[in-house]
Design a protein around this ligand. Structure first.
Ligand SMILES: [Zn+2]
Ligand SMILES: [Zn+2]
Length: 305
């Protein structure tokens, strides 16, 4: 499982930062969160296959969060996509998607479906769920909580060997939940698997001023992707436009005990994001300001688990 930041800038693109989007790669499936203008070109420059995107979660209808959709949808069509594409967002997303499908001249050969989500709605995928939460912005805006299903415990190969199981296909059978024969007796998965492991939790703020709903949702986040449009000397401006400062984001990460904080939606006024990083890392040391196209492994693939 990994995350690729495709765009990390806020409001308008700069030569260094494209508008907001990141991809969450879950094995063969890719979830996209927000889709600023030019996201498809960022995808092509990354190792993420855009044809594998199954679902796109848009936080709100400001252009810097969705204007990449028309081009991406048409390029997927050009490359022969047949799998349906689901696009989620706040109220009026279904009609926004219909409008996008009516732009220009092209013959759509796959299904693109827009869905309106309300805060509290849940989208269930294979092995995960994504919950919509209410953000506090100048227009209806959602944050998202990606929650992976809990996973089986870790396989203990030494234990299995000590019980007489031979390394090879029998190891895989045990991991997949089957018992295996050893001589006259059998070894069951419960004898060689540890306690179930909590699934991964990633919380994305979208554009928002600090708010209670996000605070509640962020509890237990392994990763918090939070907007930090400006530094705290511009706090009043941030509040006026429904945004957060780097300090706000770091305080939230600290309060909820997040694993890692990634700051995005960095205003174009910061050619160098060092002031934002300094401000946030002074409060929450595990803060990262990713550059466009940075990929971070969230969990390495493990043999036998
Ligand atoms: Zn924005
Ligand atoms: Zn916005």
């Amino acid at each position: 499982m990994d995350i690729t930041f495709l765009g990390t800038g806020g409001s308008v693109p700069t030569t260094k930062r494209n508008t907001v989007s990141f991809a969450l790669r879950l094995g063969p499936e890719v979830l996209l969160f927000d889709c600023g203008e030019g996201t498809q070109r960022q995808l092509m420059a990354s190792s993420v296959s855009f044809m594998r995107i199954s679902r796109i979660f848009v936080t709100h209808h400001h252009g810097d969060h969705f204007l990449g959709l028309p081009g991406l949808i048409q390029s997927m069509n050009f490359y022969g996509r047949t799998a349906p594409l689901e696009i989620y967002g706040p109220s009026d997303t279904a009609s926004l998607v219909r409008d996008i499908l009516g732009l220009g001249v092209f013959d759509l050969k796959y299904e693109v479906v827009g869905h309106d989500l309300l805060p509290g709605d849940r989208v269930v995928g294979e092995g995960y769920a994504v919950d919509a939460i209410r953000a506090k912005h100048t227009v209806p805006s959602l944050g998202y909580v990606f929650q992976e299903d809990d996973r089986p415990g870790r396989f203990d190969p030494q234990k299995a060997t000590s019980l007489g199981v031979r390394e090879g296909p029998d190891f895989s059978r045990l991991v997949q939940g089957e018992s295996v024969k050893v001589g006259d007796s059998s070894v069951s998965p419960s004898m060689v698997m540890g306690a179930p492991r909590k699934g991964f939790r990633l919380v994305y703020s979208g554009d928002t001023a600090p708010c209670d709903e996000l605070r509640r949702a962020a509890v237990g986040a392994d990763v918090l992707v939070h907007e930090a449009t400006v530094s705290s000397d511009l706090k009043e401006k941030a509040m006026e436009f429904g945004h957060s400062t780097a300090k706000d984001a770091a305080e939230l990460a600290m309060e909820v005990g997040a694993g890692t904080l990634y700051l995005v939606h960095i205003s174009g006024r910061y050619e160098d994001p060092a002031p934002l990083l300094e401000e946030a890392a002074g409060i929450f040391s595990k803060t990262v300001i990713p550059n466009d196209l940075d990929t971070f492994v969230l969990r390495p693939e493990q043999k036998f688990s």
